[in-house]
Design a binder for this molecule. Structure first.
Ligand SMILES: *Cc1c(COP(=O)(O)O)cnc(C)c1O
Length: 382
């Protein structure tokens, strides 16, 4: 969400998440250069923390033709924002508002007979994607339920109650392209499509691959690839260099001199090894800095990496400025693409013992957001 109502000085005085839309567009272009399949922009979880509406808009302009989300609530946000592209929502309880989905023209995934009965019972011709499990035992129909689900869907389609637009599944180990499970899952998916066709269904959109399989495994592409992490610069397989789109900055609140041995923060887990200067950053774990990264994390202050001193608190973090006289108000780069030496999302994920997706989806709501193009970012952060 662009914060156009804040003046530049006011923005500089508070934590700010800057999203570079050009990076998202470049990532879509990279994906499109690797496949002939259509591209679904997966913008669940507020566009992986990059803003659902802005990320969807940028991805569609760059050539994505579908939008994908988990909940219907997210799909309705997109429709209300005016997007007319096909939208698929794949994680809904049987009691979800499928009537509203039909009115909004949102496709829904159907993993079982209960959900099928709910959508067919509306008699609205809702477009569904039958969802089959191919080896991760998360979403999707069990192998032994699949033929029955297909037969029931065919009956519902023949009577005009639904339209079976697609068949989908998801890979559990696509981030490890060499794992044999991937080929086994692709084979199971092909079999599942054959079962659907044998039942008399003609699903036009078969889709299995997310970012990692799209970038590493052409056999998984089928008609449509579902790209989430890749939009925002994350390749879960680590094979392709994409462009990070997110930069998190905050001004120093206050700087103090301390003597050697001074304890810092909750539980005094850190003591100044020598006389130093400490800077206070108005960001904490409620803003998305993982507390588990406390004893390893660094940020960029005036072009230098400075370590976090002590435990990251809910709202604030102390930095060891190493004796530098940094004025309060100075902008600190907490994470970004890394071009200026700042830590990356991957650095933070490593420090916290997690994956990049967890870092980008957890930036807190009180951090202001803005979307810029490439040139604007360079200018303002310089
Ligand atoms: C989140 C999700 C995606 C996108 O995966 P990425 O690895 O982030 O590209 C695709 N399909 C399903 C079913 C998902 O839940």
């Amino acid at each position: 969400m662009a914060e156009t109502f804040l003046s530049a000085p006011a923005r500089a005085a508070r934590p700010l998440l800057t999203i570079e839309s050009g990076a998202i567009a470049d990532n879509v272009a990279t994906v499109r250069s690797r496949t002939t399949a259509e591209v679904m922009a997966v913008v669940k979880a507020d566009g992986f923390g990059h803003g659902i509406v802005e990320t969807a808009r940028t991805a569609l302009r760059a050539g994505a033709t579908w939008l994908g989300v988990t909940s219907l609530a997210e799909a309705f946000v997109l429709r209300r924002a005016g997007f007319t592209a096909p939208i698929l929502s794949w994680l809904n309880a049987p009691g979800a508002d499928f009537t509203a989905a039909a009115s909004a023209g949102v496709h829904v995934a159907v993993p079982d007979r209960t959900t099928l009965a709910a959508v067919a019972g509306l008699d609205r011709g809702l477009s569904v994607h039958l969802h089959v499990d191919t080896g991760m035992s998360r979403g999707g129909a069990d192998h032994n339920q699949w033929a029955g689900l297909c037969a029931a869907a065919r009956d519902a389609e023949r009577s005009g109650r639904i339209r079976v637009a697609g068949v989908m599944s998801h890979l559990g180990r696509a981030d490890e392209p060499e794992a044999a499970d991937n080929a086994a899952s692709v084979a199971r998916f092909r079999d599942a499509v054959a079962v659907a066709r044998h039942a008399g269904l003609r699903p036009a959109v078969r889709h299995l691959a997310a970012t990692a399989a799209t970038l590493t495994n052409p056999a998984a592409h089928f008609d449509l690839v579902r790209i989430g992490a890749g939009l925002v610069g994350i390749d879960p397989s680590g094979r392709t260099r994409l462009r990070a789109a997110m930069t998190l900055t905050a001004p120093l609140i206050h700087v103090r001199h301390v003597a050697a041995g001074t304890p810092v923060g909750y539980r005094h887990t850190w003591h100044a090894p020598a006389a130093t200067t400490l800077g206070l950053l108005p960001l904490g774990y409620a803003d998305g800095l993982p507390r588990s990264a406390s004893d390893r994390a660094q940020v960029l202050v005036e072009g230098r990496r400075c370590p976090v001193a002590g435990l990251i608190s809910m709202d604030q973090t102390v930095l060891d400025l190493g004796g530098a006289e940094v004025p309060a108000g100075r902008q600190v780069i907490v994470l970004g693409p890394g071009d200026q030496g700042e830590p990356t999302v991957a650095d933070w994920a490593g420090w916290a013992g997690t994956i990049e997706q967890e870092i980008v989806t957890r930036i807190g709501r009180r951090v202001a957001r803005r979307v810029v193009d490439h040139e604007q970012t360079r200018e303002e952060l310089a």
